[in-house]
Design a protein around this ligand. Structure first.
Ligand SMILES: Nc1ncnc2c1ncn2[C@@H]1O[C@H](COP(=O)(O)OP(=O)(O)OP(=O)(O)O)[C@@H](O)[C@H]1O
Length: 814
């Protein structure tokens, strides 16, 4: 058979042997060294079946004992087995020395297997009463324990005694460890896991944990599980196939496995589905004693965090519950070769270390305890060193062929009984706890969401926002994207809140304020629960009977976000019932407005819808008051003619008006309180401010643009004037130039014709003054050009500004 990680069926237990003790073992087993009892009678023992042989003895002469404590308790005062015979090898079990508790040690017999039966094995060890194990061949050899379970005890009975108290304490913050110890094929896996017909300690503990949550309506829980195996001294994560060869680390809280995967679980089915998945990876192989022998030690851990609701909050309690299925020790009789032998030697070595550690601890001396000698003892260090409850279930076979191995198990159990523990509630952790982190995150997200909701609805209506958008033209896009962002943020917050709250488990029982009267159909399972329960149903693991399945289902928990949603819906519907305008006729309104629930309506928690409804109610009341007042006025007028007949009507109407005014005041007060509560709403203020800012900016820009446009028009007019002036001057200059040219021609002709001196001087003066005028014209022309270029600059500035205004998108229609 393949040695490692072979695929098995989806049920975590379906790969296991059939429950019948006679159905699994091979009938061809070679087993010759059967031990026969020293004083064996042929009488059949009804206890172990007709084939079993019980040696004869006289107990009353050889042993007396006094057991004074109740079964399965911690710190029980199990007294030693007193002895009256020198043959007695019984190891006395002492009271804890220093007043601490002791490990709970129970023994579970399994029936003779078919193979043992076929082989002619006899009963070598048996339960004598419910606390003593006695050797059938040497009756003086007896051991006393907290409880001894006979071969026909069902697993749930073992659970009640050996595990339930540990689970209960774990729910209250005390760490707990339950482990099954015994030789191969003695029934460890049967005890810890069980099968479909008889669930073992692990499924029963899981079921109990969820029932306990169900019975704790005042608390919130967060559960995580991890599942690992120690195979050949290597730690593998059974929930994560990539998590191989993990390392053990140590911190203030004790040892832990670095990088182990922890899964949050929401229901029993959910938790069991992880075990089923883990079992797929566990190392199982066959030896000549057990077809499905566990080749590794497995530790299934349940991390439990809890805290009280709301005002009752007193910190977070954390505890860890370890449920351990050890691999069985193998004797030389276990015929193994190759890989099995190697596995066997690792198993034996670690169990030997466990024995040594227990031995050292039981001595109670401050000697070195070799926890580090094996991964198993290293991981169990905090449990074994007494910081939590420990329950050891030793599984044994009664078979004579295994008499020595069983004896060794009993001796180990006896030593373990002497180990003292001082289990106490874990320190209250707060900031570091996951549940606290989730709770904080949820409440801040909820606040944020409320703000967002109110911010989007209060004060600024959607229509107003739309009209603002229109006014803001391009600003509309900005606004739109902002709205979308906020919608997205809201949706993201909602889904995050839902996701986180779904991980926190609360009881569905009706004692939490706000959860009362929850109609069954409004409650839902947590996420994934149905799926996981399907997995469970497929494996039929817990389908022991319908009742049990039902109780498991009823133990399933709702997520607190559903509670939140439910509360929300409930308050809304209550609101609708009480404040529905539809139900408010003038005469009935007195009742419908009556604020029966005012104390329930914490103003800060009002949704916008509720606020709107209130405002509507106030408006309606105001209308009604106005209507009644005018009716009253008319009645008073008519009453002049017939005062008696109208008197009662007038009085009634006056009373009605007074009453309505009173109701209106109460409603207004509510609105004011709610308004005050929401006035701090940053999102709303933000949004309104943004709108206002954009509006103001837009108006300013529009005004600026108007001024600039006006300036522009004036400048353009000026430019045109200057241009026409310029044209005139240019025309004038052309004329003057023409005249100058003609004058120059005149001068030449005068010179040539020897014109009179006077005439020439006169002409010269004319020319000079003309030149001066010319110069002036030129200067004028330069000025005009300069002015022209100034105007051009102004023009481009206007164009630039207009462009900028358009770019900012904030210009008005002008
Ligand atoms: N109390 C019991 N009642 C009936 N059958 C039992 C009981 N205990 C064990 N068996 C049966 O004995 C066989 C061996 O049991 P199991 O596999 O649990 O032993 P184990 O101690 O886990 O062995 P290993 O150490 O090799 O894994 C199985 O077929 C199982 O169903």
């Amino acid at each position: 058979m393949a040695s490692s990680s072979r695929a098995r069926s989806s049920s975590p237990f379906s790969h296991r042997k059939p429950s019948s003790p006679y159905s699994s073992a091979s009938s061809t087993a070679s087993y010759n060294n059967t031990l026969m009892p020293r004083s064996c009678s042929a009488s059949a023992s009804s206890f172990f079946g007709s084939r079993s042989v019980t040696p004869s003895r006289d107990r009353s002469d050889s042993i007396y004992y006094g057991l004074s404590h109740g079964a399965g308790g911690y710190g029980g005062s199990l007294t030693q087995v007193g002895v009256g015979s020198e043959e007695l090898i019984a190891e006395p079990i002492d009271q804890p020395r220093n007043g601490g508790d002791s490990i709970s040690v129970t023994i579970r017999f399994r029936p003779l297997s078919e193979r043992e039966f076929q082989r002619g094995d006899e009963i070598a060890w048996s339960a004598d009463g419910d606390k003593i194990v006695r050797n059938e061949y040497n009756p003086a050899t007896a051991y006393a324990f907290d409880k001894v379970f006979g071969p026909h005890t069902a697993s749930h009975e073992v659970y009640e005694v050996a595990a339930k108290p540990v689970v209960k304490a774990a729910m209250e913050g005390v760490n707990g460890t339950v482990f099954a110890y015994g030789v191969t094929s003695s029934g460890k896996t049967h005890t810890m896991h069980g099968d479909q017909n008889s669930p073992g300690i692990i499924p029963l503990a899981i079921k109990d944990v969820f029932s306990s949550i169900q019975d704790s309506p005042g608390r919130e829980f967060l559960l995580r599980v991890s599942y690992l195996e120690i195979y050949n001294e290597v730690i593998n994560d059974l929930l994560d196939p990539t998590g191989q060869n993990l390392r053990v680390r140590e911190d203030a809280q004790g040892t832990y496995v670095e990088g182990i995967k922890e899964e949050v679980v929401l229901s029993p089915g959910h938790a069991l589905s992880f075990i089923a998945a883990g079992e797929e990876h566990r190392h199982v192989g066959s030896n000549n004693f057990n077809l499905f022998s566990s080749r590794s030690h497995t530790i299934f851990s349940l991390m439990i965090e809890s805290s009280a609701h709301g005002d009752e909050y007193d910190g977070v309690i954390f505890s860890q519950l370890n449920l351990i299925d050890l691999a069985g020790s193998e004797s030389s009789k276990t015929e193994t070769t190759g890989i099995r032998r190697k596995e066997g030697s690792y198993i034996n070595k670690s169990l030997l270390t466990l024995g040594t550690v227990i031995g050292k601890l039981s001595e109670g001396r401050a000697s070195h305890v070799p926890y580090r000698d094996s991964k198993l003892t290293r991981l169990l260090q905090s449990s074994l060193s007494g910081h939590g409850h420990v329950s050891l279930i030793c599984t044994v076979t009664p078979a004579s062929s295994n008499m020595e191995e069983t004896h060794n198990t009993l001796k180990f159990a006896s030593r373990a009984k002497r180990v003292e523990i001082y289990a106490s509630r874990n320190k209250i952790i707060d900031e570091k706890s996951l549940i606290k982190k989730y709770q904080k995150e949820i409440s801040s997200l909820k606040q944020e969401l409320d703000q967002l909701r109110q911010g989007m609805l209060a004060g600024v209506s959607h229509e107003e926002i739309l009209s603002l958008r229109q006014k803001l033209e391009e600003g509309q896009v900005k606004m739109q994207s902002r709205l979308e962002e906020e919608e997205e943020a809201k949706a993201a917050l909602m889904s995050r809140i839902q996701r986180l709250t779904k991980l926190i488990l609360v009881s569905t029982k009706n004692t939490i304020p706000g959860l009362t009267d929850v109609p069954g159909h409004q409650l839902s399972h947590s996420v994934g629960e149905d799926d996981k329960l399907d997995v469970l149903r497929e494996g039929a693991l817990l389908a022991e009977n319908e009742t049990q399945k039902d109780s498991l289902s009823s133990a399933s928990l709702i997520a607190s976000d559903l509670t939140y949603e439910f509360k929300h819906r409930r308050s809304s519907s209550m609101w609708n019932e009480e404040f529905s305008p539809a139900s408010s006729t003038v005469t009935e309104s007195t009742h419908s407005y009556e604020l029966k629930g005012t104390s329930k309506l914490a103003p800060g928690r009002m949704t916008q819808d509720q606020m709107d409804l209130l405002v509507e109610q106030v408006k309606m009341l105001a209308g009604e008051i106005a209507f009644s007042t005018s009716t009253l006025k008319r009645l008073v007028e008519y009453s002049v003619n017939d005062p008696d007949s109208s008197k009662t009507q007038i009085q009634n109407l006056e009373r009605e008006i007074q009453e309505k005014k009173r109701q209106m005041r109460v409603l207004e007060q509510h609105i004011t309180e709610s308004g005050e509560a929401s006035i701090t709403n940053a999102s709303l203020v933000d949004m309104q401010q943004t709108v206002m800012r954009l509006m103001t900016q837009c108006n300013e820009k529009a005004f600026e643009l108007e001024i600039t446009s006006a300036d522009n028009r004036i400048l353009q007019e000026q430019l045109q004037n200057k241009c026409s002036e310029n044209k005139e001057l240019q025309d004038k200059m052309t004329l003057l130039e023409q005249r100058l040219a003609s004058l120059s021609g005149d001068k030449a002709s005068v010179n040539s014709e020897h014109m009179s001196e006077e005439y020439v001087d006169g002409l010269k003066k004319k020319v000079q003054s003309q030149e001066i005028e010319n110069e002036k014209l030129k200067i004028g022309q330069v000025q005009i050009s300069e002015e022209n270029s100034g105007l051009q600059g102004a023009k481009s500035e206007i164009v630039r500004r207009s462009f900028l205004c358009k770019r900012t998108g904030l210009c008005c229609s002008s």
